[in-house]
Structure formats: C-alpha cells, structure tokens
Design a protein around this ligand. Sequence first.
Ligand code: MN3
Length: 201
Amino acid sequence: MTQTKVHELPPLPYDYNALEPHIDEQTMRLHHDKHHLAYVNGLNTAEAKLAEAREKGDFSLVKHWEREAAFHGAGHFLHVIFWENMSPNGGGEPTGELAEAINSRFGSFKNFWAQFKAAGAAVEGSGWVLLVKNTMTKELDILTAEKHQDLSQWVTLPILACDVWEHAYYLRYQNNRAAYLDAFANVINWNDVANRYSALK
Ligand code: MN3
C-alpha cells in the first residue's frame, strides 16, 4: 500500500489576538481552529479514500474524492499561505526585487493594489484573490479563485498534463475518452515529466 502523509493543522505564527484591531481574535480562533482544521481533516479523508480506491482497484467514486481533495486541499494550502502572509508588524509596501516586479508588471504599487482590491471585491460568492508568479513566464499576475479550487489545488504545478477536451480526441476516438487515455499512455515522454519533477526541488 502506498504511504499517504497525514496533513496537520500548523499553529498560527503569532497569537490569536496579534492582528487586533485589524483582524479580531474571535475571528482568528474560529477561522484557524474550526474552518482551517476542517480542510485538513477533509483532505486527509479524501486522500485515504483515494488510497483505498487504488488498493481495491475500484474507482467508482473517484470523481467525488478528487473533488473533495481539491476543495479541502486547496483550502488547507491557501490558509497556510494566508496566515503566513499576515503579521502584527505588517502593512506598508514591498521593497527590493518584489517591488520592482510589481512596478514592472502593474505600473506602480498603487495600480497593483487597485486591481488586487477590485478583483477581490468582484469574486462571486466565496473565494480568494491571489498574487501569483507564473512559473513559465516568470511574471506576476493577479488571479481569483471561486471557492478555493475549482477542482485544482493551488501551490501545485503540473508536470504531466493530458488534454481531455473533446477536440483532443473526438475525430479518432469519438466518445471513448478512456481509449484516448490508453493511447496517450503510449506516447508520454517520461523523461520530460521526470525533468519537470526534478526542476521543482
Ligand atoms: Mn478561510
């Protein structure tokens, strides 16, 4: 059986009341101890169920557990970043390399913040606004997430990608996507995948 590492709730890097008056203690206690913990537990359950499915060779509920892994995993990892992104000594503006990157991409810190704030305010329903670095272009971008994930986990990077849109296989395989996936297995460049894996270390 494959080893699945159990995820744990990391403690806050400061006291629950350290961000007062900006973020109140009661919110921090509920947010960290209840909400974040639920994502950690949900991710552990999803990963255990997926391990069980591999063990049994029964993937009938794979769609459900992949969705759960994405929701709870993205929730867990984003909250870790969120806590660490804040500090009782925070505020102001960035300096150095990050400041230069922000100025070059967005024109100025003022413009960056205007877009970040507008994008955050415009998220439909629950979600996140994120400043991200694109690992291909090396550029900064502002992106938003509805809920946490839309079926992916932030902080992960693709090293093997297979297009399963119909345009990728319909002429040859029609509605038989599984046959296309079998065919894909015959052409995967595992050296490339391995290089991408190593490059991330
Ligand atoms: Mn939250």
